[in-house]
Design a protein. Structure first.
Lengths: 109, 111
């Protein structure tokens, strides 16, 4: 069965330290993966997708098919990065998305 | 800029009441979705729709129904609200790009 696993419910990181939010998936085909973010009192929104291979707000994520992972990374955490992050997998372009349970990132001053 | 709006930000209802949650999107998207968001459980898909008058069950459809009479509007219906349906409800839409656009959410409390 298709599944997205985010092993950490809460991650606390000091400002300026590196951040890595872990995401593993299970899917036998070619997945399309995303990271969504929800800042306090804001709506859930797309942060980045693996096919874009871009850096958004300093975050990057590389799809590792061998390890079935799509970890989100940022070299230097900022206080405004505090938010809820969801890793997501879509099987087909118009199909439903499978979300992980989310990781709350808390940046400590 | 895609706009997805939900009829209420906060809603308080009593057990047994019939509850309607409305979602409207203004970008002519074919696909619309209803999720509930609970701490520690993430987003769980309730129902989704690929076209007008079409609906598909998601992962947790029990106790819910939906209606899509117009392309831009997708309604979630709780036929007889129960306390375990107290949650944040999120509506989303998409159209062929795989990215889903979310509404601000409705926090429903069932007493």
């Amino acid at each position: 069965a298709q599944r997205v696993t985010q092993p950490e419910k809460l991650l606390s990181v000091f400002k300026g330290a590196p951040v890595e939010l872990k995401c593993n998936y299970s899917y036998s085909g070619s997945p399309e993966l995303f990271w969504y973010v929800q800042y306090s009192r804001q709506r859930l929104q797309l942060l980045l997708r693996h096919i874009s291979r871009e850096s958004i707000k300093g975050f990057t994520a590389d799809l590792n098919k061998g390890e079935t992972s799509f970890h989100l990374k940022k070299p230097f955490a900022q206080e405004e990065d505090s938010a809820m992050y969801y890793c997501a997998l879509i099987l087909n372009r118009d199909d439903k998305i499978i979300f992980g349970k989310g990781t709350r990132l808390h940046i400590l001053p | 800029d895609v706009k997805v709006t939900q009829s209420s930000r906060y809603l308080v209802k009593r057990t047994g009441e019939k509850v309607f949650l409305e979602c409207v999107q203004d970008m002519d998207h074919e696909n619309m979705f209803w999720y509930r968001q609970d701490p520690g459980l993430g987003l769980r898909l309730i129902y989704f729709s690929y076209d007008v008058k079409m609906k598909e069950k998601g992962d947790i459809p029990e106790g819910y129904s939906v209606s899509r009479e117009k392309k831009e509007r997708f309604s979630l219906i709780l036929e007889s609200a129960s306390t375990n349906q107290t949650s944040m409800y999120l509506c989303a839409s998409s159209s062929g790009t795989a990215e889903q656009f979310f509404g601000p959410g409705t926090r429903l409390t069932v007493l």
